[in-house]
Design a protein around this ligand. Structure first.
Ligand SMILES: NC(=O)c1ccc[n+]([C@@H]2O[C@H](COP(=O)([O-])OP(=O)(O)OC[C@H]3O[C@@H](n4cnc5c(N)ncnc54)[C@H](O)[C@@H]3O)[C@@H](O)[C@H]2O)c1
Length: 319
């Protein structure tokens, strides 16, 4: 089975590619090494993947139509996992145009080029929990009302709407995965856990938004890659959107206090709320569990401790 993973030098794409390569899948990967966060870190991830003979990488920018068209020529993918994107809610306040170009137009380019692939059965594309926006009722279900609050969230919703609209024109299926705060080894430096560790190790102040008064449905990467592998095996999808979450919201102040105590972090400065942040994410994962017959998710403290240990041991804060 030939699988294309876009954004393969990124957090989720890399971890999933690594997992599948060890199971002898043939993986094609593309990425443009965007500089939103450390390119050195992305290169390190890629170096890890290149150790395997069943991995084929090409540097391709999904917003460059001709390059993408050329890349897709004579390819014969059975499945595509589309993870390439401009991630991050807060940065979409600063550079909204980039989100429209990469997330909206980039996804549409992928779908358009996929029309010529004879064997393609399905494209799984990354959506986000951010499409739910600020809500009072939890957990958020796939059928819940969507109130995207940031440009990032809007581009993810546009992907879902585009997928729905074009579904009937394609021979392949389109399945949107609403990821909820994925964390773990090789994680993103712009997300909470690695950001606080980076500040601590580099003796910098860490600014805790909304005085830590947030909750996030943290989902461990090692659970996510198993979920994604399981999705490959499913024959028919009645539902075209799936929440990918552990359904266990974690309070950020408690998390910050835990790290502060255990790592003796001194420089945490509590600040007011960022207008783009939602107070809480908590997804309903019953649909995911029904599809996958999942038994249980990794305990958060266990996943967290492994993540912290990995980050410090590999001195990622130096990259
Ligand atoms: N990590 C999470 O908690 C989370 C939560 C919700 C949704 N998501 C979504 O899941 C997907 C993967 O997220 P991630 O955490 O791995 O992010 P990431 O930033 O680590 O990975 C994205 C990758 O896409 C690449 N990329 C960016 N622009 C590109 C372009 N024009 N052409 C080719 N490649 C490009 C980047 O270089 C990067 O390696 C994204 O779509 C993201 O929005 C992630």
């Amino acid at each position: 089975m030939k699988i294309l993973i876009t954004g393969v030098a990124g957090f989720i794409g890399f971890n999933f590619a690594k997992y599948l390569l060890n199971k002898n899948f043939t993986i094609y990967g593309i990425d443009n090494f965007d500089d939103y966060y450390s390119i050195k870190f992305k290169v390190l991830r890629l170096k890890e993947l290149k150790k395997k003979d069943n991995f084929f990488f090409k540097k391709v920018d999904i917003t460059k139509k001709n390059d993408l068209k050329k890349y897709f020529k004579k390819k014969n993918f059975d499945l595509i996992f589309h993870f390439a994107a401009q991630a991050g809610v807060r940065y979409s306040l600063i550079n909204p145009k980039k989100y429209i170009k990469v997330n909206k137009e980039g996804f549409e380019n992928i779908v358009k080029n996929s029309k010529n692939l004879k064997n393609l059965k399905r494209i799984f594309y990354a959506s986000s929990s951010s499409v739910y926006g600020s809500r009072k009722k939890f957990p958020s279900k796939e059928s819940s009302k969507l109130i995207p609050q940031s440009v990032y969230a809007q581009t993810k919703l546009q992907n879902e709407l585009f997928a729905k609209k074009t579904l009937k024109d394609n021979k392949f299926d389109l399945i949107g995965l609403r990821f909820f705060t994925v964390y773990g080894e090789w994680g993103r430096p712009d997300m909470f856990i690695f950001k606080i560790l980076f500040a601590h190790k580099n003796n910098k102040d860490f600014y805790l938004n909304n005085f830590g008064n947030h909750e996030r449905d943290f989902t461990y990467i090692k659970d996510v890659v198993k979920i994604l592998e399981n999705l490959i095996k499913i024959k028919n999808f009645k539902h075209k959107i799936l929440n990918v979450c552990s359904s266990r919201p974690i309070n950020i102040k408690n998390l910050s206090d835990y790290l502060k105590k255990n790592l003796k972090i001194k420089k945490i400065i509590e600040i007011k709320k960022n207008s783009y942040d939602v107070n809480k994410t908590h997804g309903d994962n019953s649909l995911l569990k029904k599809y996958l017959k999942l038994k249980k998710f990794t305990n958060f403290k266990i996943g967290l401790n492994k993540t912290v240990k990995w980050y410090l041991k590999n001195k990622i804060y130096k990259l």
